[in-house]
Design a protein around this ligand. Structure first.
Ligand code: 13P
Ligand code: SF4
Length: 377
């Protein structure tokens, strides 16, 4: 794996930032669900308070069933900060486990059962690439104080970069507050990597006319005149699971059932968010269905494991996937296979740690500043 120096941080040019991936031993590959559940429960009983399992809302059923806490990115980072277990097992993707490692104490270990759980969107803004774009962007607006904000879906080195420039981290539940924080401090925001969350947040704040696009892969997509004139610069990253949703899907749902309501994640395209009845983080989506009346119909525009959980958890509500069978699961989240969970727990019960996420010390401190700023807004 290539290592390159940025101005201040060392960056791995790879989606798979952690190259100490340990594969599942063959004896764990074909476990039956009943046997696996018994073994997970036995290992957990032996480990007691030494272990806490955090599960993102997009995890498979066989993972969330064993989680002590299930939630969105923001809730899980709060839970990680409050956890006092020696081992935090993270049912999520690399950037979430990195954040947990940054937030937890040094004597706690964060374990990501499979190291292959890497969010492609996080890989769309490498610190190295952002560092060189930063030079161009700041040169385009030399008199402006630009504050970088990175979505939680980014690696620790980019979080550290944002902190070093006075910026912070946000999740989909607090992006508007992060923008307000930044505009109290400076003149312009550079938002990375998700252009759709950035655009939806600009609309929420009534600043849609202030958007400048920055496509680092396309020389035509870097308009320095726009950057000089406008206050919100959006990096050209996206989530393919959420980009799939279209206004036609919402129209179809309403044609099939005129009483149906639609809720989507703010990683969806602007026109989809505008056409939906509601938009919000995965926790907001969960709360909306929890508070629905029996017999209500809600179409959900997000990752399909969550839609399936909501169907199971609330059988009296009619929960439907917004684009039917075309709704995607997240390939990165899916990598957390329950057989891996069994393996890491049984090994821990024998005193052996596998797939520990350890953020480099030089990134950890500054990335922690960016996360703390978020937890304080
Ligand atoms: P939430 O913060 O809403 O849980 O979203 C995380 C995510 O990765 C959405 O794709
Ligand atoms: Fe990343 Fe999209 Fe998966 Fe969320 S759903 S973890 S943004 S790939």
């Amino acid at each position: 794996m290539a290592n390159m120096e940025t101005a201040e941080f060392e960056t791995d040019l790879s989606l798979f930032k952690y190259d100490n991936l340990e594969q599942l031993p063959p004896r764990y590959r074909d476990l039956e669900e009943n046997e696996r559940t018994e073994r997970i429960e036995a290992a957990l009983a032996e480990l007691g308070d030494d272990v806490v399992i955090l599960g993102h809302n997009y995890q498979r059923r066989e993972i969330v069933e064993h989680a002590d806490f299930i939630g969105d990115s923001y809730q899980l980072s709060k839970q990680a900060a409050e956890a006092d277990a020696e081992y935090v097992i993270f049912g999520g993707v690399t950037f979430m486990a990195e954040s947990a490692d940054i937030i937890t104490d040094d004597d706690q270990s964060v374990i990501l059962p499979s190291m292959e759980a890497s969010c492609p969107m996080a890989g769309m803004a490498e610190a190295l690439q952002v560092d060189s774009a930063w030079a161009e962007i700041t040169a385009a607006a030399p008199d402006a104080d630009i504050i970088p904000i990175t979505y939680m879906n980014s690696y620790a080195d980019l979080k550290a970069f944002c902190a070093s420039q006075g910026g912070l981290v946000c999740t989909s539940s607090n992006a508007h507050k992060a923008f307000e924080y930044a505009f109290n401090k400076g003149d312009k925001v550079l938002f990375l990597p998700d252009k759709h969350l950035g655009e939806n947040t600009a609309h929420r704040l009534g600043m849609e006319d202030e958007i400048a696009q920055w496509d680092p892969w396309d020389p035509e997509g870097k308009d320095t005149a726009e950057v000089a004139e406008r206050d919100i610069i959006l990096w050209d990253g996206y989530c393919q699971v959420h980009e799939r949703f279209r206004v036609e899907h919402i129209e179809q749902v309403r044609e099939d059932n005129p009483d149906a309501k639609v809720i989507v994640h703010p990683e969806c395209r602007r026109e989809v968010v505008e056409a939906a009845d509601k938009a919000g983080s995965t926790a907001t989506i969960c709360e909306t269905i929890e508070n629905a009346d029996p017999g209500d119909t809600w179409a959900i525009g997000t990752e399909v494991h969550l839609t399936n959980h909501l169907q199971r958890w609330h059988p009296d509500v009619n929960v439907v996937p917004l684009c039917g069978d075309a709704c995607m699961d997240c390939n990165a989240m899916r990598q957390i296979d329950p057989n891996y969970l069994t393996w890491v727990l049984e090994e821990l019960a024998c005193g052996r740690e596998h797939n520990v996420i350890e953020v480099a010390p030089e990134e950890k401190e500054l990335a922690g500043v960016a996360l703390d700023r978020m937890l304080e807004i």
